[in-house]
Design a protein around this ligand. Sequence first.
Ligand code: FEO
Length: 394
Amino acid sequence: MAVKKVVDGVYEVGVEHWDRKLFDELIPLPEGTSYNSYIVFGKEKTALIDTVDPEKTHVLLRNLRKLDVKKIDYVVANHAEQDHSGSIPKILEMYPGAKIVTNIKAKSFLMDLLHIDEDRFLVVKEGDELKLGGKTLTFYMTPWVHWPETMSTYLLEDGILFTCDFFGAHIASSGIFSDDSDIVYEAAKRYYAEIMMPFRVAIRKNIAKVKEINPKMIAPSHGLVYKNPDFIISAYEDWVSGDVRNVTVVAYVSMHGSTEVMVNHLYNHLVESGIEVKVFNLTEADIGEYAISLVDAASLVGASPMVLGGLHPAAAFTVTLTGALRPKVKVVGIMGSYGWGGMMVDQAKSLLKGVNAEFLEPLLVKGLPRDEDLEKIEKFADTIVEKHRELGLL
Ligand code: FEO
């Protein structure tokens, strides 16, 4: 919650939200998250880059008071989503001379989401410059690093690229700079898994643009500032690539133990064949960990009992999320158990139609698996092993 210096004339004045439990009311936040807001003092003008979630506006205002900020000329909105834009109306009220600097698409979003008057905007496009006096901001359009209107802002003299969601991490830290540790990597991967994974193709283009800009630092609006941009750029290059790891993710629910017997048998067979297996019991799993595991797994197996003719609701929730995240898994298997039948497989396939993978022949077992069912599970596992072999992973 404190003011943090990035370089001379540039401070981070946003919020560490230590105790936020869920992001988007969906993804657990074991390390919390942050909404970073950066103030840039030029000799003549002052710019605030991104604001904070509206429930924490008072913290941003406290930090501006701490720096004795009497005047803000520009509020740069790199992204219209409320965790970064939500405090803009209050800032406009507190600093009546301030203009919102953003692109034409974001302007439209902000007018709809926050009911901001049109005359408060200064619209910029690719390559436009804003001189603050010894500090120059240049704007680069980086669409689909979450929403279609996203952009990044480059502070020329200090070589800092402010990327908002792009390269963000779900971590609340009293520090300002990334130590490039495993904790930061996992927090960034958790962020990527939920927010960025569906937009891999667009992100590849934006990574190329960032590499061309060649910033000395990357300052996102979640998490920490990267003094070594290569740490996060190379992580992203890996995640958005077509490369997958020798990992099968198994997500399951079991009501009376039959599906669990299937999962355990599958697990043993896959592991003994040399595949790393990550198992998630969906009644208690951290859905963020599940999403992280999908970032680079080669295969995914969903297992559910049939409930009232369809997927168990906990499985339906996870399958819906998986379809939306569109992971780069190459192989998908569906299996489960049933008592009297239903349409679970059709339901799952329909929800997963956004996943561009090969779907294996589904495997359903009536009741508790018998020996012949266990043999079928071994064959099911063998097919996955074979696919991993074809991918050169074994
Ligand atoms: Fe951090 Fe898409 O907002």
